[in-house]
Design a protein around this ligand. Structure first.
Ligand SMILES: [Zn+2]
Length: 118
């Protein structure tokens, strides 16, 4: 039975006089309403998790660049707008993860002592 057929059956039952049928119908209606709410809650949670993961990735990339999380946006309370890449010493591990591979593609090799060579 597809959703449309099920809805038609429910509609037919709604006209029935039997009070037990009415109770079953009420329960089914309540259940599908709460399933809808549950679905919405799961959707919101999924969105929130995605947003947090995105924010963590942004923060990691900023740290890899030695930048503030705002990347130097004016009026940032954390850096006062000075937080462009190189503002602080980059996080070495995050630098290796996010930046070094891009530098290698440009033919710039990151060395352990922190000096780059072309
Ligand atoms: Zn900032």
């Amino acid at each position: 039975m597809d959703a449309r057929q099920f809805a038609a059956v429910l509609e037919k039952l709604a006209g029935a006089e039997d009070s037990r049928l009415q109770q079953v119908l009420q329960l089914l209606t309540q259940r599908s309403a709460s399933e809808g709410t549950e679905h919405a809650v799961h959707g919101r949670l999924r969105g929130e998790r995605r947003r947090l993961a995105r924010r963590r990735l942004d923060a990691e990339f900023a740290a890899a660049c030695g930048a503030c999380a705002c990347f130097g946006a004016p009026h940032c309370p954390n850096c006062g707008g000075e937080g462009r890449p190189g503002w602080q010493v980059p996080d070495e591990n995050l630098f290796r993860m996010y930046v070094a591979p891009a530098l290698e593609r440009l033919g710039i090799h990151h060395q352990e002592e922190g000096h780059a060579t072309m």
